[in-house]
Design a protein around this ligand. Structure first.
Ligand code: AMP
Ligand code: MG
Length: 416
């Protein structure tokens, strides 16, 4: 079969090249829906949103204090203003004003038209019916202009952005109650393997619990995904073919784990060659050397390796960026930092390695990292303890204690 993305080569495909091939192949899913703001967190905006109003809508006070006209300032000396009334937040002052009068005002209250300045209450002295302002009173202070956050018609958030909590705040400030977002990506995922047993069952000899599906369910948890657990498929080519054929009608993306290499029980490869256009890449990555990527009918297919850590690594490096793209979000790759490695790390040249590490920030911008534990591709315990990958280049032949290494954080919080 010809590779739909990349010419066949005896060499291992680099991580970057594989990611690029996937990036060039996938397109965002079609369709959009309108959702209320409270259901929009994390979704990908389908249209650019402009503000229908000035934010803030009116001039208002930035402080509790007194609103006055700068024309009333007496140069280089104290002066007293009579308090004509109060402008509360939500209850503007509507009375008339004469010369040398001011208005008591609270933060967020509309500044009456006559005033161009607000002085903080701490800076004035009460005089019974008035207030005395100091000789260094500055004009034009403590007023937020209408539209000083965003003007009517101005772009608030560009399409393709994943909406954050801050975005929801901004949209609400503009009075926008619902937004158009990209449709969710429909994803089906399953495990393959005769040895896999479901949770709640007793293990028969030779069996293990299916951990990949649970990890994948967690990795796939995202507001832009609609995920369906398709269970465990036995190492039976007919069953696999039926599953693939029907799932490909329903989902935008199918993700399997296991059976993707060339062992006698690895049917994913052969079945996919019958049902779709799928490439089997040997990647220069550890763990996770075999990876299948392609299409079955209109459905993208990722055939991940079986070893749990290989699932974790290939998901993060290849599937997650592709899913972001399918969801309509801009291309992105995992964030990388430099950290000083506390211990030596063993590695043979040839493949880019993703070891599981624990990194911490020792001072702003300074990080250290150490291995999280045993680094074999079945060893989930270190992955559970880890908060990052330690990324070692293909040509690296190991690291000495004290060397700087690249880390890809899983979390943005510094462990305490
Ligand atoms: P395979 O790629 O099917 O040859 O599997 C490689 C290794 O990963 C074997 O040790 C499998 O038992 C293990 N494995 C495959 N699928 C799973 C799974 N869903 N959960 C845990 N381990 C798995
Ligand atoms: Mg297997």
């Amino acid at each position: 079969m010809t590779d739909i993305c990349y010419p066949h080569t005896a060499e291992l495909l680099s991580v970057e090249q594989a990611r690029q091939n996937i990036r060039l192949a996938v397109r965002p899913v079609d369709g959009q829906e309108r959702v209320p703001l409270l259901g929009a967190l994390g979704r990908v905006l389908a249209d650019t949103v402009c503000s229908p109003i000035d934010i803030p809508p009116q001039r208002n006070a930035a402080m509790d204090g007194y609103a006055f006209a700068s024309a009333d300032i007496a140069k280089n000396q104290e002066f007293t203003l009579h308090v004509a009334g109060t402008s509360w937040a939500g209850k503007p002052y509507s009375g008339l004003i004469e010369k040398n009068q001011c208005v008591r005002i609270f933060t967020g209250a509309v500044v009456p038209d006559f005033a161009d300045s607000v002085i903080a209450q701490e800076q004035v002295t009460g005089t019974g019916t008035g207030v005395r302002l100091p000789n260094d009173t500055k004009p034009y202070k403590n007023i937020r202009a209408a539209g000083s956050d965003a003007r009517r018609g101005e772009t608030l958030i560009a399409s393709t952005q994943k909406l954050t909590a801050r975005d929801l705040g901004l949209l609400a400030a503009a009075g926008i109650a619902a937004v158009k977002v990209k449709n969710r990506v429909k994803i089906g995922f399953f495990s393959t393997g005769d040895e896999l047993t479901g949770l709640g069952q007793t293990l028969a000899p030779g069996q293990i619990y299916d951990s990949n599906r649970y990890m994948l369910a967690g990795l796939l948890d995202d507001p832009n995904h609609s995920i369906t657990d398709l269970g465990v498929i036995k190492d039976d080519p007919d069953l696999l073919e039926q599953t693939l054929a029907s799932a490909a009608e329903t989902f935008d993306v199918l993700i399997s784990s296991g059976g993707a290499s060339v062992g006698d029980a690895d049917f994913v490869n052969r079945t996919l060659q019958k049902c779709g256009q799928v490439n089997f890449w040997k990647l220069a990555i550890k763990p996770g050397k075999p990876l299948a990527f392609g299409r079955v009918k209109n459905c993208w297919f990722f055939g991940l390796p079986g070893n749990p850590i290989a699932v974790l690594v290939t998901y993060r490096q290849f599937v997650e960026p592709a899913l972001r793209q399918l969801a309509g979000a801009p291309c992105a790759t995992p964030l990388q930092l430099k950290a000083r490695c506390e211990t030596a790390l063993r590695k043979s040249p040839g493949r880019q390695e993703y070891q599981r590490g624990i990194f911490r920030q020792t001072a702003p911008g300074e990080f250290t990292v150490k291995p999280a534990g045993q680094q074999d591709s079945h060893q989930l315990k270190a992955a559970s303890l880890a908060n990052c990958f330690i990324v070692l280049d293909s040509d690296s032949s190991g690291v000495s204690a004290g060397d700087m290494v690249t880390v890809e954080p899983f979390e943005v919080w510094n462990p305490g």
